[in-house]
Design a protein around this ligand. Structure first.
Ligand SMILES: C[S@@+](CC[C@H](N)C(=O)[O-])C[C@H]1O[C@@H](n2cnc3c(N)ncnc32)[C@H](O)[C@@H]1O
Length: 685
């Protein structure tokens, strides 16, 4: 039953209301009235110091730049905050929750759910969004306000989504929800009026303006179709009373610009993207490539908890909350993943930060019209691109991405490392630079298939790359790389060859795997291959742990992954799958004989399940731990948990350092990061 039928039935059963023609007519009329109310027309050049309506500042955080032009504002801390403090509530009042496409659902079913936990918080329109959506029918579970349902039900039949990319269709939905909220809720409208639209830049930017106009066109056509079907609305439109239609639908145009600049991707408790959101308070937060905060979903409060969120935010219990929908779901929050001192700016990331500086800068300027001056962007060493000493792993003086695009075969000039004085083997650096260039060429041109043996293909693509560099300017190449990364898919015919090159990089350690373009290649191996495409379950585990421990963790300079309380769930589940397979086949693995392998894997799976701390997954984890305990009660191991984990990580070749009490990795800045304390782990097995 549709929302309107449902409400209509309830409506009609109330005797005194039966004279009302129909609830649908009521909402159609209400929409017509709302469309005729005043809306704020944003100044063209954002050159007005419009008054900032501040519902954000409190004893923890304050808005700065309120007296400046829009786009110059931000939020800073008033007091010190330990890691994990809730900095502000994030409202899903204006969120579009995506449902997975059928194809993705099937894919997910075959592989377990994967998501890009790292990556952009805000994604530019027109680009392929690489984020995969969760399979949980999140949208259905979230309660929405009645007017959101009614207006959607009236208008959605008139929307022609054909010809729009997926991201654009989602932005049509998000713009519509934002517009409904704007028309129905004056406080929300005031907060939206705070925001910057960058409309002058968007107008001057052909690509963005084209994307914006495609979305605008679909929404305008939708309204015209509604006017045609509803005479009072058409009459109001003809009388020029529909405010959002004035001056060639100027307000709508501004609103879409505003959505482009200010929307964010909403993450659930597993750090999976569940939809797009426009929270006008969250949108005041500026970007940093080394952000100190992250948006997470926290578990729902226990039933009958009278805890009213009076933080003033637009959260479920906040001032606009009614029906925001946290009955079953958690609450969205902004927490700090790095310590915060008074006066520190509160920042999040708008993009996937693990890219060379020039690509990050290009993306931020292209999508948000600013040049980032964060610590990472101004650092002399590009942590996601430079070469390192293969002995001490400290960076060696090497060219930036632009430098490489000028002279692709440059290797370090020094003959010894300035930190450990180890001699730098010229041939080794030459070979590794060739591999890097081959990967860059592959990303730029993945579809070139020359039917050549691997080494022939390797030389040819490198030559192509050099030719391209000679013919094309740096900024054009950076643009090409940015687009190519978004759309990159590894050609299946060369996966084994690519894997062998990645093995070479991991063994010689001239580059970190979390650096570009190796990070893109490793991720694409996992994204392209189904589990069954790996030679064995063991090989899948190797790549899965590589991606997690050699790419994602080292790249995560802001400790954000530590807040993904489900992070180890899929790893543990995958280990269990490999164990099931082993039990069927009764075969030996690289961990030794069949029973030794099974035991090692059981211990590792147990360890990783123990590190899944999400309350939402408690049942599943308890069940799995029980399964392992029931099945392996009699193992009298000669191996310690330590040595099992050590063998597991050596198999992945993931650069994990094991001390007597800790498992450590080095991040991209070569700082030590503790992954696990092993002494306090319940070593049941
Ligand atoms: C979502 S808004 C953030 C709030 C914005 N500063 C304001 O005053 O409304 C995004 C815009 O803020 C500005 N911005 C965000 N991060 C920035 C940064 N690190 N440096 C300079 N400008 C930034 C850019 O103009 C960007 O398009």
């Amino acid at each position: 039953m549709t929302a309107i039928e449902h409400a209509s039935r309830a409506f009609k059963s109330t005797p005194e209301l039966t004279k009302v023609p129909s609830i649908k007519e009521y909402w159609k009329q209400r929409l017509c009235d709302k469309l005729s109310q005043d809306v704020y027309i944003f100044p063209v050049d954002e050159n007005s110091k419009r008054e900032f309506y501040d519902t954000i500042s409190n004893d923890k955080i304050v808005v700065f730049g309120k007296d400046k032009f829009p786009s110059n504002r931000g939020i800073r801390a008033e007091k010190e905050m330990n890691i994990g403090t809730c900095v502000m509530e994030v409202s899903a009042f204006s969120a579009y929750f995506e449902e997975p496409e059928e194809e993705e659902e099937m894919e997910e079913a075959g592989r377990g759910s994967r998501s890009t936990s790292k990556g952009s918080n805000r994604n530019g329109v027109g680009s392929h969004n690489t984020t995969k959506y969760t399979t949980t029918a999140t949208r259905n579970k979230r309660r929405r306000l009645p007017y959101q349902n009614f207006y959607e039900e009236i208008l959605l039949p008139y929307v022609d989504f054909s010809g729009l990319h997926r991201v654009e269709s989602e932005l049509v939905h998000l713009t519509m929800i934002t517009l409904f909220n704007y028309l129905e809720n004056s406080e929300f409208a005031c907060l939206v009026n705070n925001l910057c639209t960058h409309q002058r830049q968007i107008r001057a930017d052909g690509e963005m303006a084209k994307n914006r106009d495609r979305i605008k066109c679909v929404i305008v056509e939708m309204f015209i179709a509604y006017f045609n079907d509803f005479i009072p609305a058409m009459a109001a439109f003809k009388r020029g009373e529909v405010r959002i239609a004035k001056s060639s639908w100027k307000f709508l145009e501004n609103l879409i610009n505003l959505v482009f600049i200010n929307y964010s991707t909403l993450m659930n408790y597993k750090f999976e993207a569940v939809g797009y959101n426009l929270d006008p308070q969250f949108a005041i937060i500026n970007h940093s490539c080394l952000p100190n905060c992250i948006q997470i979903e926290t578990p729902p409060p226990p039933p009958n908890n009278n805890n009213n969120n009076s933080s003033g935010g637009l959260g479920c219990g906040g001032s606009l909350g009614g029906g925001g929908g946290c009955e079953k779901n958690g609450e969205f929050k902004l927490i700090n993943s790095l310590p915060i001192k008074p006066n520190d700016e509160i920042t999040v990331t708008y993009i996937n930060t693990a890219m060379p500086t020039e690509i990050r800068q290009y993306q931020l300027f292209k999508r948000y019209y600013f040049r980032c001056t964060c610590q990472l962007c101004t650092s002399k060493t590009d942590v996601f691109f430079t070469m390192q000493c293969f002995s001490c792993f400290k960076p060696v003086k090497s060219p930036s991405l632009s430098g490489v695009l000028n002279a692709p075969n440059t290797i370090p000039k020094e003959s010894t490392c300035s930190h450990c004085f180890h001699e730098l083997d010229v041939d080794l650096y030459k070979r590794q630079v060739q591999i890097r260039n081959f990967f860059m060429a592959l990303i730029l041109n993945p579809s070139s298939s020359y039917n050549l043996p691997n080494e022939g293909y390797f030389s040819l693509l490198q030559k192509e790359f050099i030719g391209l560099v000679e013919r094309t300017g740096n900024s054009a190449l950076i643009k090409m790389l940015d687009q190519a990364v978004e759309n990159f898919q590894l050609p299946t015919g060369i996966i084994d060859f690519v894997k062998s090159l990645i093995d070479e990089i991991m063994q010689k350690k001239v580059f970190q795997l979390c650096a570009f373009p190796f990070n893109v290649i490793v991720r694409s191996i996992l994204a392209t291959c189904e589990k069954r495409d790996f030679a064995s379950g063991m090989e899948f585990l190797k790549y899965y742990s590589r991606e997690m421990f050699a790419v994602n963790f080292p790249a995560d300079l802001s400790n954000q992954l530590f807040f993904n309380e489900c992070l180890y769930l899929e790893l543990a589940n995958s280990i269990m799958e490999v164990m099931d397979h082993l039990k069927e086949e009764k075969i030996a693995t690289c961990f030794g004989a069949y029973s030794d392998s099974l035991e090692l894997l059981a211990r590792c799976a147990y360890f990783f399940y123990k590190h899944v701390t999400s309350k939402n997954e408690l049942e599943q984890v308890e069940e799995k731990l029980g399964e392992i305990r029931d099945e392996y009660p009699k193992i009298k191991s000669t191996l310690s948990l330590h040595s099992c984990l050590e063998k597991f990580f050596i198999h992945a070749n993931a650069n994990i350092y094991i001390t007597t009490t800790r498992l450590l990795i080095f991040n991209a800045k070569q700082e030590q990061v503790t992954l696990f304390h092993t002494f306090d782990t319940d070593d049941f097995l």
